[in-house]
Design a protein around this ligand. Structure first.
Ligand code: NAP
Length: 303
């Protein structure tokens, strides 16, 4: 039983050290594999082309939080996405930064600053602004707790309407009611067939007029043209995006130059190599003990 890493030199160095410290069998590259039958776990962003080389492969571990970019895996191979407090905390920080930025009209003030204009606008108290979080998973729940502590009214939407303390939760059937009360909408959904293109004209029309959008899920969930139409009509006042379609966003894309939009280049979280290695160790050990695999992806649901 051994883990094969298929990744960058930087990750290789850190994982080699962590696996050596923990005395877990490890191949740092495909070239190091002495016997393909020893490889039971593969950790990668994208797998190598030919997985049939590894007859005993049982788990692929995605080194990021999302696994939507991965090709179909052979039958019987489980998929685990990296769950790590560091990643989740980083995304929480970015989303809270974005919610505060839009709550306090930062795009407007940055635009004024670029012209040297000193104009003061009316501002709302946090408790008068309702933040609707689409995706109440590990990260959405963290975000909800922090925004709640800052005084915002927090609403959550998920497939199961999973209850979270202090949050008004809505399920799939209640999307309209959820949207109509979301002054700032936060996208924190995995990319699946159900969520692709979900942030579109129809959805924006259901938000309160002048709502704001924070998007940290995945680029293809947001129709960028619909975003522009909603901004132009005043239905949306501003947006802050960490993920876009396409990525990288071309330098001449309208969103870079639009003062109502702030774009960051998919940096809400960057996987910490050491945390990733510890997640992989947890997956290996859970398998050995017959315990549930951390970060197991339900292939049917797509996340
Ligand atoms: P998670 O724990 O798997 O939670 C996913 C949440 O989305 C769950 O609440 C789930 O509902 C809900 N959901 C999924 N499909 C849905 C649908 N069709 N309708 C309604 N709700 C749906 O995931 P997480 O760790 O919080 O991460 C969420 C996403 O954030 C990732 O998949 C990734 O796309 C994104 N992300 C982005 C960055 C970045 O750098 N920008 C970094 C990390 C993650 P249930 O609770 O009912 O299952």
């Amino acid at each position: 039983m051994a883990l094969l890493l298929h990744s960058t030199p930087e990750r290789r160095e850190i994982w080699s050290r962590v696996f050596a410290e923990e005395s877990e069998p490890f191949f740092a590259t495909e070239g190091d594999v002495t016997d393909p039958a020893l490889v039971t776990h593969l950790a990668c962003w994208m797998p190598p082309k030919d997985l049939t080389r590894y007859p005993n492969l049982s788990v692929v571990i995605g080194v990021g939080a999302g696994t939507d970019h991965l090709p179909p895996l052979p039958e019987g191979v489980a998929l685990s996405r990296t769950v790590a407090p560091g990643i989740e905390g980083m995304v929480r920080d970015w989303v809270v930064l974005a919610v505060l930025a839009l709550h306090r009209d930062l795009p407007l003030y940055l635009d004024q600053a670029a012209r040297g204009e000193w104009t003061v606008h009316k501002t709302l108290l946090a408790r008068s602004r309702r933040v609707g979080i689409m995706g109440m998973g590990r990260i959405g729940t963290l975000v909800a707790q922090t925004l709640g502590a800052l005084g915002f009214g927090v609403l959550g939407w998920s497939r199961s309407a999973r209850p979270v303390n202090g949050v008004r939760t809505f399920g799939s059937d209640d999307l309209d009611a959820f949207l109509s009360q979301s002054d700032i909408l936060v996208g924190l959904l995995p990319l699946t067939d159900d969520t692709r293109g979900l942030l579109n004209d129809r959805l924006f029309a259901q938000l309160p007029q002048g709502a704001r959008l924070v998007q940290a899920g995945r680029g293809p969930q947001l129709d960028m043209d619909a975003l522009r139409r909603a901004l132009d009509s005043g239905q949306l006042a501003a947006a802050m995006l960490d993920v876009t379609d396409p990525e990288p966003l071309p330098g001449d894309h309208w969103a870079w130059a639009d003062p109502r939009v702030i774009v960051t280049p998919h940096i809400a979280s960057l996987t910490d190599a050491e945390e990733g290695a510890h997640h992989a160790l947890a997956v290996i050990r859970a398998g050995r003990e017959g315990a549930p695999l951390p970060g197991l992806v339900d292939r049917e649901r797509g996340y």
